[in-house]
Design a protein. Structure first.
Length: 117
């Protein structure tokens, strides 16, 4: 008989967070703010994020409307309360942090919008 232990030790189950505070950049457009605040976007975060820690940054896709352009927004976890994983009952609240030069909204597709390549 070998001295190896074949029994696997289970890690303790993580608990669902009751509340997570997520920040977005100050220069996120009104449309972007509307999008991240929708019930379906919050449900998406609750279903897809799993383990969550303060300081996590998620680059999340938002669309800017019917014209088909996209916008990736850096969301940052500022605080986690009551557990260490997202779930369907986790309340998600938002805070605003410093601007980061994000360029979104309807102008991203117009002649007046950014032209950098």
């Amino acid at each position: 008989m070998s001295g190896t232990n074949t029994k696997t030790e289970r890690e303790p189950e993580s608990e669902q967070a009751t509340r997570v505070i997520v920040s977005y950049p100050e220069d996120l457009s009104d449309w972007g703010r509307f999008q991240v605040g929708t019930r379906h976007f919050k449900a998406y975060l609750g279903k897809t994020k799993g383990a969550v820690r303060e300081g996590d940054v998620w680059e999340e896709f938002l669309d800017v409307g019917c014209c088909g352009d996209t916008l990736d927004v850096p969301l940052r976890v500022e605080r986690v309360e009551g557990g260490d994983r997202m779930g369907p009952d986790t309340t998600i609240d938002y805070d605003v942090r410093e601007a980061c030069g994000i360029r979104g909204g309807w102008q991203v597709q117009s002649a007046d919008g950014p032209n950098e390549v």
